[in-house]
Design a protein around this ligand. Structure first.
Ligand code: GLP
Length: 264
């Protein structure tokens, strides 16, 4: 796990670098990159930077395939609060990603277990996710894997915690009762199969979750801690999110002294 502490725009550029490198290197051999996209406010600057590179530098997402992490149960895809719609607004509509190549969980699925199993199969059929962008909840959830989630879980229905519903009420005009109680989410085991995980955390509200993620014991109580078992994780933090790290000075030194050939 590599921990990088910086400011917002620098972090967005670093995450965009990882995605750009993968998109270009796959395209160079006639293959398609597979991206894992996250919603939430943390990755927004990354999507802004990708849109800028598309507009100004010709970075093309044609042929790229993408999978969303999660979705609210009960919201149709065109609902402005659905994660499908958010990703459409924040990224897909701003680049040349073909919407048909962007896969999301169906919040209106009648047979939820079948929809979740089909989603798992679609990820496998794509060849697997190359780069997965992640945020983290204040309680340590990734995607919608709330505390208590099996560290080996697969795509399934979950019940949101009251804390997560309160956090996300800002997208529902502040009305916590309007936030769905259930969601569909890739499991921790599913996410762990992506080849490179890039997690972005911003602000002091995330500092305890980040401390647990990087330095705590692996535990279903802090679901993101399962990432400690992944061989290739980049954790991008601003000062607030990094403020409770015990080894912050060491992470800064390691990044400053990193050999130029190493990359992320
Ligand atoms: C939601 C999403 C997560 C996201 C988290 C944090 O619960 N399901 O994928 O990481 O919120 O969101 P934010 O980045 O807005 O703090």
């Amino acid at each position: 796990m590599e921990v990088l502490i910086g400011e917002g725009e620098q972090l967005a550029r670093l995450a965009a670098d990882v995605i750009e490198e993968r998109v270009r290197s796959r395209a160079a051999i006639g293959a398609r990159a597979v991206l894992g996209l996250a919603t939430g406010s943390s990755p927004l600057a990354v999507y802004d930077e990708l849109a800028r590179r598309h507009r100004e530098e010709g970075l093309s997402f044609a042929g790229v395939e993408a999978f969303l992490l999660d979705e609210y149960l009960g919201l149709p895809p065109d609902d402005p609060r659905s994660y499908r719609n958010v990703i459409e607004q924040e990224l897909v509509s701003r680049v040349d990603l073909d919407p048909a190549d962007v896969h999301g969980l169906d919040g209106l699925a009648e047979d939820v277990p079948a929809a979740c199993a089909a989603y798992e199969m679609a990820i496998v059929a794509s060849g697997g996710v190359d780069v997965q962008i992640l945020g983290i909840g204040a309680d340590g959830h990734v995607a919608f894997n709330e505390p208590g989630s099996s560290l080996a879980s697969r795509t399934r229905l979950k019940t949101l915690t009251p804390g997560t519903r309160a956090d996300n009420a800002r997208f529902f005009d502040g009305d916590v009762d309007a936030v769905p109680r259930h969601c569909l989410t890739q499991g921790l085991g599913t996410i762990m199969q992506a080849r490179h995980l890039v997690l972005v955390a911003l602000g002091r509200a995330k500092s305890e979750a980040v401390h647990q993620l990087v330095e705590g014991p692996v535990s279903a109580m802090w679901p993101a801690t399962v990432l400690q078992h992944h061989p290739h994780v980049t954790v991008l933090l601003d000062e607030g999110a990094a403020s409770r790290l015990q080894l912050a000075a060491y992470y800064r030194e390691a990044f400053a002294e990193k050999p130029p050939w190493q990359g992320l």
